[in-house]
Design a protein around this ligand. Structure first.
Ligand SMILES: [Zn+2]
Length: 391
């Protein structure tokens, strides 16, 4: 047994407690949280900072890790996507090494579970060997409804490959500007049948709404560059991208909506009414990088049930650290309580990925990993220390 004490313990499923000790079994399962007075003081390990379960990174693209420091900031979303399409290819060994480094860095930053987007199989072996638990979202996109059947076959083949590595995996549509109704229907029917979560990039830039409202904006330009005759398949709806596409999703499938940079209170309230299993994923450092703005997180906190935290990829971020994302939110919106931020980054992330039986809180019997978080450091950046060794 280990007896751990910090400045405060955040169990996540209940309110934080002071003057208590977290009791960890030898296999790092949670035994109990007990008053410090009940434990022999000689047995207690003291740690600087707050004690909390390991972080859950709800949105990442490990396979883009080699694009660290490659792209300029503040290009806007269509400009950014155009760069990724042109430059994502690189030497295989460089791609593998960058993914290994990124995985090791996330582990060191106290991350225990990741929802990771894959377009190809490059990352599967690294994820299978990692100490981090990954849920892989095989991401599919197609504007042309005639391509849906062949794309689903390709997606299921990649999924089988991921399962062959013993990875948990499901299918996910890419974003409103690259999907259609039959594709979302096929993907979310598959996820509903197999009890799996899905994910979609949503409300990331004004251009996304412009496209759906009146078929204008920079996405048109991007499609021209790609030689895509999208007018053949696409009719503007006069509504936001969320209002246009969310009705296509099966309601019983836990669904991560990633980014929400331009979400309004109308979007949030309406979406919560029509879909009971939404998880609104914030990637603030990537939003700053690409669009130079942040979602209205205090508004979302009022309107929605579940918020989660993601890092997005190293193509649009300087590090894959949940603590760094939380610190960005804290600086921009100091009115949000630390306990809420931490719950989004642990408990709700685990729930979104269907990993709540193991991660996200200090409930007895779970093996959620244990980290210490110092928010009061000499250089001002939040510091994470991993206390558990294997989880
Ligand atoms: Zn993303």
């Amino acid at each position: 047994m280990r007896y751990l004490q910090g400045n405060r313990i955040f169990p996540m499923h209940t309110s934080p407690v002071d003057d208590h000790v977290l009791v960890l079994q030898d296999d790092e399962r949670i035994e109990a949280i007990l008053p410090a007075s009940a434990i022999d003081p000689a047995l207690i390990e003291h740690h600087a900072g707050y004690i909390l379960p390991g972080f859950v990174n709800a949105h990442c693209h490990l396979e883009l890790s080699h694009l660290l420091n490659v792209f300029p900031e503040k290009t806007g979303l269509p400009g950014f996507l155009s760069l990724v399409i042109q430059q994502r290819n690189a030497e295989a060994e460089q791609v593998q090494q960058a993914m290994r480094d990124a995985d090791a860095y996330m582990w060191q930053q106290g991350i225990v579970a990741v929802g990771d987007i894959s377009n190809v199989a490059d990352s599967f072996q690294i994820k299978a060997q990692s100490k981090i638990a990954y849920h892989t979202f095989i991401e599919l996109f197609a504007f042309d409804p005639a391509r849906v059947a062949s794309l689903m076959e390709k997606g299921k083949a990649l999924l089988a490959q991921a399962n062959g590595f013993n990875l948990k995996a499901s299918l996910a549509p890419h974003a409103p500007y690259s999907i259609n109704e039959p594709l979302v229907e096929a993907i979310t029917t598959y996820c509903a049948t197999h009890g799996l979560p899905t994910s979609v990039h949503m409300l990331e830039s004004n251009d996304e709404n412009e496209l759906y409202v009146q078929s204008t904006g920079l996405f048109r330009k991007l499609y021209r560059e790609m030689g895509l005759a999208f007018d053949q398949f696409f009719t503007p709806t006069g509504k936001t991208s969320l209002a246009s596409t969310l009705p296509w999703f099966h309601k019983e499938v836990p669904t991560l909506l990633v980014h929400n940079t331009i979400a309004t209170s109308w979007d949030a309230e309406w979406a919560e009414e029509i879909h009971p299993n939404l998880f609104w994923c914030m990637c603030p450092n990537a939003n700053r990088f690409i669009e130079d703005r942040l979602p209205d997180i205090p508004m979302l906190q009022k309107e929605v049930q579940y918020i989660t935290i993601g890092t997005d990829s190293l193509a649009s971020n300087h590090q894959l650290s949940i603590a760094a994302e939380l610190q960005t939110i804290r600086r921009a919106f100091p009115e949000i309580a630390l306990q809420d931020l931490l719950r989004w980054a642990t408990f709700y992330g685990a729930k979104a990925l269907g990993m709540q039986d193991r991660f996200g809180s200090f409930e007895a019997g779970k093996r959620p990993g244990v980290v210490a978080l110092e928010t009061d450091t000499p250089d001002g950046s939040w510091k994470v220390t991993r206390i558990s060794r294997h989880t």
